[in-house]
Write a protein that binds this ligand. Structure first.
Ligand SMILES: [Zn+2]
Ligand SMILES: [Zn+2]
Length: 243
């Protein structure tokens, strides 16, 4: 499955090539978290190319530009659905477009995806409970945003309660998780209002010495990781993520 479609197919192929992999020739669904262009711009193209549906929430779907050739299959937020061996859970997030957090659950592991939120809503920690891998927005450093080049209105939008998560807010969420994830990947870092070092040190401080592996997803480089299990409980499975 493809989750969010901000990159063109050409760029996607380049990313796979950079990892020494072949780009997928089969996608069963394009899941779109929300309608903003950095997540939805190419959804129709992928759905048409692979002959698969676009899955987005009922609230988000009307704002996603669909070609007549693309099939829309909305889901209800809070009602799980399945794709092959994977069960997908959703809950809404505070953003300036209808947005969802997603958890991908298999028999062996759980992966949470949380980006594009202005603040941490009540209950999000519980939604992510038991996720072994958490993909989490760490968008900006508030001081860099305040003193940076963005126009005032945009600064207010990003920092606002329907904008994006700061490094500190991401850290608060991590510190509030009942069980330490095996791995956290910081996502959606601003190239203007953040630095890898600031995002990383904030998350490290929040995680403390809980043994969590911390990774950063960069805008211009692909990242590959295996969220599967080593079969200690009889489940040996591959669950590969390419970010
Ligand atoms: Zn975004
Ligand atoms: Zn957004």
């Amino acid at each position: 499955m493809l989750v969010d479609a901000g990159l063109s197919h050409r760029k996607l192929v380049q990313r796979f090539t950079a990892l020494g992999r072949e780009a997928p020739n089969n996608i069963e669904a394009v899941i779109v978290t929300h309608s903003h262009t950095d997540h939805a711009a190419h959804a129709s193209t992928y759905a048409t190319r692979f002959g698969c549906p676009i899955r987005a929430s009922e609230a988000a779907m009307p704002s996603i530009r669909l070609r007549p050739t693309a099939q829309a299959q909305p889901f209800t937020v809070g009602r799980a659905f399945r794709l092959g061996d994977i069960t997908i859970h959703s809950r809404s997030l505070p953003h300036d477009a209808p947005q969802v957090a997603l958890v991908f659950e298999t028999t062996a592991t759980k992966v949470g995806l949380v980006t594009d939120l202005g603040h941490v809503p009540k209950g999000l920690e519980r939604f992510l409970d038991d996720c072994e891998t958490v993909l989490l927005e760490s968008n900006h450093d508030p001081d860099m945003l305040a003193t940076g080049p963005y126009p005032e209105a945009l600064k207010q939008r990003v920092a606002g309660s329907l904008g994006h998560l700061s490094n500190g807010e991401a850290g608060d969420l991590l510190a509030g998780l009942a069980h330490a994830p095996r791995r956290v990947v910081l996502m959606h870092l601003s190239e203007t209002n953040n630095s890898a070092q600031l995002a990383r040190s904030s998350a490290e401080a929040a995680l403390g010495h809980r043994g969590t592996e911390l990774l950063l997803a960069r805008q211009q480089q692909p990242l590959e990781l295996d969220a599967g299990q080593d079969g200690h409980d009889g489940h040996d499975e591959q669950f590969q993520l390419i970010l």
